[in-house]
Each structure stands twice: as C-alpha cells, then as structure tokens.
Ligand binder design. Structure first.
Ligand code: ATP
Length: 319
C-alpha cells in the first residue's frame, strides 16, 4: 500500500472500467538464455475474449482488490502488476499514486495466458483516463514494456508478432472479422513462468532450438493462415509451435492427459498455452468448440473448460 496522495483535482471524477484480453501464443520460439537472464523470443500472440475487468476510482491511497477464481493467489500489495502499472504511470506524470483498483479475474491466474500483464495494461489505460493524462498509444506502450514482456500486447489485442523478450510488437492483419474458435482447459493450480523457463534450459542442455529458417517458415505460414482464415493451416503450426510445451509437460505430466482428451474429442490442435498449465484447443466451428468444452469439462482432466474466440480487441473502456 502507498499512503501518498495525488493532487486534489485527481481525487474527484467517476470510476473508469477497462476490459483486457487474455492471449494464446500461436508460435513461441525460445532462443538460448542471454547473459541478462532473458531468453530471446519469437512469438505470435493472439488475443482471445477471455477477459479481466479492471475498475479504477479515486481514492486517497493505492488499494487493490481482486475477485474471481484464484483471487487468493494474487498479491494485493505493491507486487500486484496492476498496482505497479498505476505507480509507474503516476510517477511518469509526477505525482504519488492514489487510486482504488478493482480486478475481476476471468483469465486463469498463473495460467500462461498473461492475466497479470493484461491487468497491468488495463490499469495503464484506465488510469490514463481517470487522471486525464492524455498519454498516446506509443507512450503507454513504452510504459508497458517497462512493466514486463507481455504487458504491451494486451494494449493492442488482435494478433501480433513479438520479438526481443516478446515486447517488440508488429501487428498482424487479422482474418477480416472472422474468428477462430478455441477451448481453454483450466488447471486446478498454476505454474510459475520462471520455473518453466528454468526447466526449458535444463532440458535443452544440448541445444535443440529450431533454426531461424524454420521459425521464419512457421511465421509465414501463420501470417497466411490468419489472413486467409485457414483454421487447418493455423492448427498445423500451433500444434507444434510452443517451445515451452516440453518443459511445462515435464513439470506437469498430468497435462498430457488433458491434451490427449482434447485431441480424442476432435480438436484440430492441442497445445499448452504459453508457459502453461492452461491447455488450448483449436476447433473447427463455434458448435465444435462448445461440444469440445463439454467433453473436456466432463473428462476429469481439467478444472473447467471455457470456449473463447480470437482475435479479440485490445484493452477497451467499458461505458
Ligand atoms: P505470464 O505472463 O508470465 O505468462 P501467467 O499468465 O502464467 O504469466 P499471471 O496470471 O500473469 O500468470 O500471474 C503470474 C504471477 O503474477 C501470479 O502467480 C501472481 O502471483 C502474480 N501477479 C501479480 N499481479 C497479478 C495480477 N493482477 N493478476 C494475476 N497474477 C498477478
């Protein structure tokens, strides 16, 4: 908690609500660990309509409350990514943080869908409006990259190629309003991203990363699949596109059963989402996704299975 308050003018005004999407990585190519500890990534993010909602309102102190499944695993102090975002934005504007942040979580916590990053991005957008700062998209993007590798993407939404640590984004043209249908199988417990990267390093002692050429070929295939709305071509790349999947499965062998259940139920692709443990399944249609979600929910291999579509919009103010 922060007990410093902002200028009196910032204590007034109505609440602002912003909705932020989760993501799935259609491609996640992980390079060797750099001396600074980070891994160079080439990734394709797809935003999906599994949302967290953030509400900010004037308050003399910085306060965070979290509702929804897994809320008890989310820090309420300065370690919360939304609180860090509010602090950074206030510091950038030259005053102390004074805001009440309410988070309604639907994106699984520690689920490999960048829920914390989505909350941080939404908080930047919401506080920018609450405090009438008038920061531009590029300015918010710059602040977002300082908060974490995955924070900039939810500002944009849609689909984008990410390089560097994942924060250097190039938006990809979408499939012209057409949506891809997904099912996300949520795990009863989360998986730490750092632990998955460490396991990845341990398993790749001999160095088995894909060649640059293979990554570029997969990138081209994905771009074509997205543009042409070719769900089968998308599935072919996504199914084997996640370099972190082996590490996630090594730490959580039970996820093999989840992936198998989805494949047997007719998923076009079955993959671990990001660092896991959420499993993502691509379906042919909305009907196929609904049926798949029902089968997975009853399979006993996950906590719950939710349908979602993508590409979804980036952080959006709710009126
Ligand atoms: P990543 O973006 O690294 O893929 P993830 O999607 O697997 O992460 P998150 O839900 O973002 O997982 O949470 C990772 C950790 O961050 C959680 O275990 C939690 O302790 C911490 N955290 C901080 N702020 C938040 C937040 N607003 N929502 C969720 N987790 C948060």
């Amino acid at each position: 908690m922060n007990d410093a308050s902002g200028p009196a003018a910032l204590q007034a005004g109505p609440a602002v609500r912003v909705r932020a999407p989760g993501k799935v990585n259609l491609l996640l190519s992980v390079g060797p660990r750099r001396p600074d500890g980070y891994h160079p990534l080439t990734t394709v993010f797809l935003a999906v309509d599994l949302y967290d909602d953030i509400e900010v309102r004037p308050n003399p102190l910085l306060r965070v409350t979290v509702h929804g499944h897994g809320a008890d695993e989310v820090p309420l102090d300065g370690g919360n990514l939304a609180a860090r975002a509010a602090r950074l934005l206030a510091a950038h504007a030259g005053f102390d943080t004074s805001v009440d942040i309410r988070i309604r979580k639907r994106i699984p916590v520690a689920g490999g869908m960048a829920g914390g990053s989505a909350d941080a991005a939404a908080t930047l957008v919401a506080c920018n409006e609450l405090w009438s700062l008038g920061l531009t998209g590029p300015e918010l993007h710059d602040l977002a990259t300082r908060l974490g590798s995955d924070v900039a993407f939810p500002l944009l939404g849609g689909a984008a190629v990410g390089t560097g640590r994942g924060e250097l984004l190039v938006p990809l043209p979408g499939p012209d309003g057409t949506q891809f249908h997904w099912v996300f199988a949520l795990s009863p417990r989360g998986l730490g991203t750092v632990a998955v990267f460490s396991e990845h390093d341990r398993l790749h002692i001999g160095g088995e990363a894909r060649s640059e050429r293979e990554v570029l070929t997969d990138l081209d295939r994905l771009k074509d699949a997205l543009l042409g709305c070719d769900v089968h071509a998308l599935a072919a790349v996504a199914e084997r596109g996640n370099d972190l999947q082996r590490a996630a499965l090594s730490l959580r062998p039970d996820l093999r059963g989840t992936l198998r259940a989805g494949r047997e139920a007719g998923a076009l692709a079955a993959l671990v989402s990001g660092s896991g443990p959420t499993c993502a399944f691509l379906a042919e249609s909305a009907e196929a996704a609904a049926e798949l979600a029902e089968i997975l929910s009853a399979s006993g291999t996950c906590r719950q299975a939710l349908v979602a579509t993508g590409p979804a919009a980036g952080c959006t103010a709710l009126r």
